[in-house]
Structure formats: structure tokens, C-alpha cells
Design a protein around this ligand. Structure first.
Ligand code: HEM
Length: 119
């Protein structure tokens, strides 16, 4: 497995599409949509894409907060966390991502749980 996850997801174009779909999914997911009611969707998509690109082995242009700081004080529940993973899986499937890559992305997100839930 020599190609990075970023490359296997289709580089900047592929990862950006997945990130955009992920944010769109959040906006209609009743379990979490209220959290994003006041969000600047374009800015959130940009943050999601650059975070995802950097985290999968692409260029690091992420200028947002670290995950703990970004979610501190929000009192995010385990159920909300799973809702985000559900949205990620839907975005991966919509973009025709293979099972191996889906597993890698979900594992990476899951491993961030302690920086997001009840922090
Ligand atoms: C592995 C899971 C998650 C990852 C990787 C993640 C990632 C991010 C990133 C990169 C940002 C942008 C920070 C910035 O621009 O400075 C952000 C913001 C945010 N996240 Fe998460 N997040 C996760 C889970 C969650 C969950 C479960 C919730 C609650 C439903 C949530 C709610 C929010 C909210 C409300 C914001 C601020 C949006 C805004 O500024 O408009 N996140 N997250």
C-alpha cells in the first residue's frame, strides 16, 4: 500500500467532494443539524476539507482550531458523535469510495472521539 489515503480518495478534488457532502449531510441530519444552525456553511466546508486533506496525507493548509479547542464546552454526546460517523459513511458511499478506504476514514474519525465527546 504505497499510495497515501489522500491519493486513494482522489486527492484534493476527491477529498473536497467528500467533505462538502459530509457537511451537507450534517445540515439535514436531525440529530445534529441544530448544532450548525448559525454556521457559515462555506467556511465550515473549507475547514472540513482542509482538515481532511491534511489528516489523510495531503498538503497541510488547515488553519482552523485543533479538535479539542474546536469542540470544548459544546457538551457533545456519544449519540451525536455516531451521527457524524453515519454522515461520513454516507458521504464516502455517495462518492464511490472503496471499503478499505471507508474503514480507514471511519477508524481515523473514531480515534478522535476523546477530543470531541463531552470535552
Ligand atoms: C471525528 C469527529 C469530528 C471531527 C473530525 C470534527 C471536526 C471539526 C472541524 C475541523 C471543525 C472546524 C474547526 C475550525 O474551523 O476552527 C469543527 C467544528 C465544529 N464541530 Fe466538529 N468534528 C467532529 C465531531 C463533531 C460532533 C460530533 C459535533 C456535534 C454534533 C460537532 C460539532 C461542531 C460544531 C458545532 C463546530 C463549529 C462549527 C462552526 O464554527 O460553524 N463536531 N469540527
Amino acid at each position: 500500500m504505497s499510495e497515501s489515503l489522500y491519493e486513494r480518495l482522489g486527492g484534493t478534488e476527491g477529498v473536497t467532494k467528500i467533505a462538502n457532502d459530509l457537511v451537507d449531510n450534517h445540515m439535514v441530519n436531525k440529530a445534529i443539524a441544530p448544532r450548525f444552525a448559525d454556521s457559515d456553511v462555506a467556511a465550515l466546508k473549507k475547514s472540513a476539507a482542509t482538515f481532511f486533506i491534511a489528516g489523510t496525507g495531503g498538503p497541510n493548509d488547515y488553519t482552523g482550531k485543533d479538535l479539542l479547542t474546536a469542540h470544548k464546552g459544546m457538551n457533545i454526546s456519544a449519540t451525536e458523535f455516531i451521527a457524524v460517523l453515519d454522515d461520513a459513511l454516507d458521504a464516502l458511499e455517495k462518492n464511490g469510495v472503496g471499503q478499505r478506504e471507508q474503514e480507514e476514514v471511519l477508524f481515523a474519525f473514531y480515534s478522535m472521539r476523546s477530543q470531541v465527546v463531552r470535552v
